[in-house]
Design a protein around this ligand. Structure first.
Ligand SMILES: Nc1ncnc2c1ncn2[C@@H]1O[C@H](COP(=O)(O)OP(=O)(O)OP(=O)(O)O)[C@@H](O)[C@H]1O
Ligand SMILES: [Mg+2]
Length: 230
């Protein structure tokens, strides 16, 4: 097995066509190694969310090479990508994307239910994780009743509940105070350092940079610098 959980070469993505075309990714090279937290930083609009959405299999690339956990999404037949994602990927969205009709615990349980676990076991596991992010008391609430920071922690619990091999986080601490931010980053960093696991964190939060094993700087759709820590 290669040491790279994610290996990307010359990745391109354009939204729209003609005069309105936006070249979001203009030939990105990136490696995210097993056992590491790779941080992705750069100004608003430089392509961070686009890049991690492609890695997670939520968006198709236009060109370039991509290998995630040893496979290229393009080799999957219909339906296989969704299955692969539900088995391997945790995603914390920039906008938390919680389902308003479900309770907090049911939201967190979604990845397990998709994977075929019984609702009762899934919710029990969800409640365990909610405890870890400091929301044990809010399991039965609807997400709209929670503060922004609490909703963010629900999204974080949901991304971790199925023990994903690759965890992709878009600004995971943007709505959190220092202490809560540290607590969730401990959980996220523990995933990064687990066997056969890798984490990619998009962030502007300089309070958490010291947790990175590798910092990838982006600007205007390309990688401009890679810092290897430690
Ligand atoms: N679905 C879309 N349709 C059209 N343009 C898009 C779409 N998604 C992203 N873009 C454009 O692609 C570029 C990169 O966007 P992206 O969301 O990846 O940036 P980002 O680095 O995540 O920014 P931020 O830090 O503000 O979240 C931007 O110019 C954005 O307007
Ligand atoms: Mg973004």
């Amino acid at each position: 097995m290669s040491a790279s959980a994610v290996r990307i070469r010359g990745l391109t993505k354009t939204f729209g066509t003609g005069d309105s075309a936006v070249h979001a990714l203009r030939g990105v090279d990136l490696d995210a190694l097993y056992g590491q937290a790779t941080y992705l930083v750069g100004p608003s609009g430089c392509g961070k969310t686009t890049l991690i959405s492609i890695i997670a299999g939520l968006l198709h690339r236009d060109g370039g090479e991509l290998e995630v956990l040893g496979t290229d999404h393009a080799t999957f037949r219909a339906g296989q990508l969704t299955r692969w994602r539900s088995e391997n990927v945790g995603f914390i969205f920039q906008a938390f994307n919680l389902i308003p009709q479900l309770t907090v615990a049911e939201n967190v349980a979604v990845p397990l239910v998709i994977r075929g676990e019984s609702r009762r076991r899934a919710v029990a596991k969800a409640e365990e994780l909610l405890e870890k992010v400091g929301l044990g008391g809010r399991a039965k609430a609807k997400p709209t009743k929670l503060s922004g920071g609490q909703q963010q922690r629900v999204a974080i619990a949901r991304s971790l509940v199925h023990d994903p091999r690759i965890l992709v986080c878009d600004e995971p601490t943007s709505a959190l105070d220092a202490q809560t931010g540290r607590r969730v980053m401990d959980l996220i960093t523990a995933v990064a350092h687990g066997p056969d696991r890798a984490v990619i964190v998009v962030t502007h939060d300089d309070r958490i940079f010291h947790l990175a094993d590798r910092v990838v700087h982006m600007n205007d759709g390309t990688v401009t610098k890679v810092e290897v820590k430690g």
